[in-house]
Each structure stands twice: as structure tokens, then as C-alpha cells.
Design a protein around this ligand. Structure first.
Ligand SMILES: O=C1O[C@H](COP(=O)(O)O)[C@@H](O)[C@H](O)[C@H]1O
Length: 263
């Protein structure tokens, strides 16, 4: 039986709660419990749970944990609607596809109807795919000017070593977007590629936004982001600010190792 150790908690500013877990396994377990709790609350309150999944490596073990026998029955998957925070412009079976990662780790292993999974069409022309995905979101959250009154029940996000989140990269025009909910975004590294990303317009309207960050390679950047050091204001991960929802950072001790605010 898994016996979780209590996380260390820090609060930065009025609204940024940070949970530091002793190791990666504790972080994975706590993140899976967090998804279950929000899913159950949303289904109880409104009959549906809407989540935008993060891509990359960090969330994969969380998705795998949610698919394990001890977790899978705790979410009514028929009431879940799965969205994506970003996608690489590749076909859905490509090794770099965020959808493929989520499908292999979670979606193929839980009883979710295919119609409840809304992937970004990474194989399509980027502008076309972004506009199509925005229509999908507007059909769910309301077709309004600017931000919706409320978007997802939960947006899961990661953070890259450079401070990017979703596919919002430092200096990208998407960070200054005031109207569009989904845009194409071109990156140069590690190799030139187009991506599709949600913008802060729709992310910040979520009821909960939770970052998952682990490992020593993220420690320096994470300290910049959370403690506002060294030009943090230009880092996309530092600029996510839910207008009415809860912002939580769930991190492991290695990622937290350069935080000065630790007790
Ligand atoms: O490229 C991406 O990177 C971030 C961070 O990924 P990680 O592998 O460092 O956890 C991720 O959140 C985003 O969805 C993904 O497309």
C-alpha cells in the first residue's frame, strides 16, 4: 500500500501555492490524487469533468498512475472530456505527439468514449489546426469575445528548462494574445518545428491550473519563476495567472533545491 509522506508547502504571493514532494514517486501519486479529487468534485457539481492535459515527459507517469487498477475506477471516465494544452505539428502516431503519449499512458487504458477525447490535429496545417481547435473549445466553453467566463476544470501544465509552458515560449507573440484561445507557434530548438498551443486567454480562465515539475535540471529556472528572479517576468511559466481559479505548483525536492524561500 502506498503511504504518502506529507509535502512541504510554500505560498508565493497571494495565489501561488507550491507543494514540494520528497521524491518523484510521491509527486506522481499526489498529482494523480489531485486529478481524481478535481474530477470527482466537477462530476458531482456539474456532471462533467473537463481537463487539458500537458505533454512532454513529466506527466506521463501521472497518466500511467491514473490508469492503474487502484485509480481507474475512482473517476467516471464517461463524464470526462479530455483536451490538450499543446501539440507538436506531427501526425498522431508520431513519437513526438503529445496525443500519442497521453493515449499510450492513459486514454487507451481507461474506459473513456472516443468522442470524449478532443485532440489537436497536429497533422494539419498549423493555422487551420489552431482555428479548428479553438472552435472545439468554444463549443464547450461558450463562443464569446475574449476569455470565457470559465474554461477547464483543470489545466495541467509542465515547464521546460527555458521557462516555456504548453508551447508558449519566451518571447513568443502568443504570450501577448488578447483574443485568440489557440494559436500556432514556431520554435527553433531543439529543431525547427511548428506547434499549436492554448493561449493564456483560455488557460487563465480555468477553475484550476496545476504545474507538474520534477528533476534537478528544472531547479534553477523554477527558482527564477517562483521567486521572481533574473527576468522571470518574461518567462511564460511565470506569467500564467488564473483570473479566478487556483494556481498550484506540484514539484519534487530536486526541482525545489534552489528555492530560497524553503523553510
Ligand atoms: O514541449 C513540451 O514541453 C513542456 C515541458 O515538458 P517536460 O518534458 O519538460 O515535462 C510540456 O509541458 C509541453 O506540453 C510539451 O509540449
Amino acid at each position: 500500500m502506498h503511504v504518502p509522506r506529507a509535502p512541504e508547502r510554500l505560498v508565493y504571493g497571494a495565489a501561488r501555492e507550491v507543494e514540494i514532494h520528497p521524491d518523484r514517486d510521491a509527486l506522481v501519486h499526489a498529482a494523480a490524487e489531485h486529478v481524481v479529487a478535481l474530477a470527482r468534485a466537477a462530476v458531482a457539481a456539474r456532471g462533467v469533468f473537463t481537463i487539458a492535459l500537458a505533454g512532454g515527459a513529466t506527466p506521463r507517469p501521472v497518466y500511467e498512475r491514473l490508469a492503474q487498477p487502484s485509480f481507474v475506477g475512482r473517476i467516471d471516465w464517461s463524464r470526462a472530456r479530455i483536451f490538450f494544452g499543446d501539440e507538436r505539428c506531427v501526425p498522431p502516431d508520431h513519437p513526438e505527439s503529445n496525443y500519442r503519449m497521453a493515449r499510450e499512458a492513459l486514454l487507451d487504458r481507461v474506459p473513456i468514449p472516443a468522442a470524449n477525447v478532443h485532440r489537436i490535429a497536429g497533422e494539419d496545417e498549423p493555422e487551420h489546426a489552431a482555428r479548428a481547435y479553438e472552435r472545439t473549445l468554444r463549443a464547450c466553453f461558450g463562443d464569446v469575445e475574449g476569455p470565457p467566463a470559465r474554461s477547464f476544470d483543470l489545466v495541467l501544465l509542465g515547464m521546460g528548462d527555458d521557462g516555456h509552458t504548453a508551447s508558449l515560449f519566451p518571447g513568443a507573440p502568443a504570450m501577448n494574445e488578447a483574443r485568440r484561445w489557440v494559436v500556432p507557434s514556431e520554435i527553433a530548438r531543439p529543431h525547427p518545428m511548428w506547434r499549436i498551443t492554448l493561449t493564456p486567454v483560455v488557460i487563465d480562465a480555468a477553475a484550476a491550473v496545476t504545474f507538474l515539475v520534477d528533476g534537478a535540471s528544472k531547479a534553477e529556472r523554477l527558482a527564477h519563476v517562483l521567486e521572481g528572479r533574473d527576468g522571470a517576468e518574461r518567462l511564460p511559466a511565470a506569467r500564467i495567472a488564473p483570473t479566478h481559479g487556483a494556481l498550484r505548483w506540484m514539484i519534487d525536492a530536486e526541482a525545489a533545491s534552489q528555492l530560497r524561500g524553503r523553510s
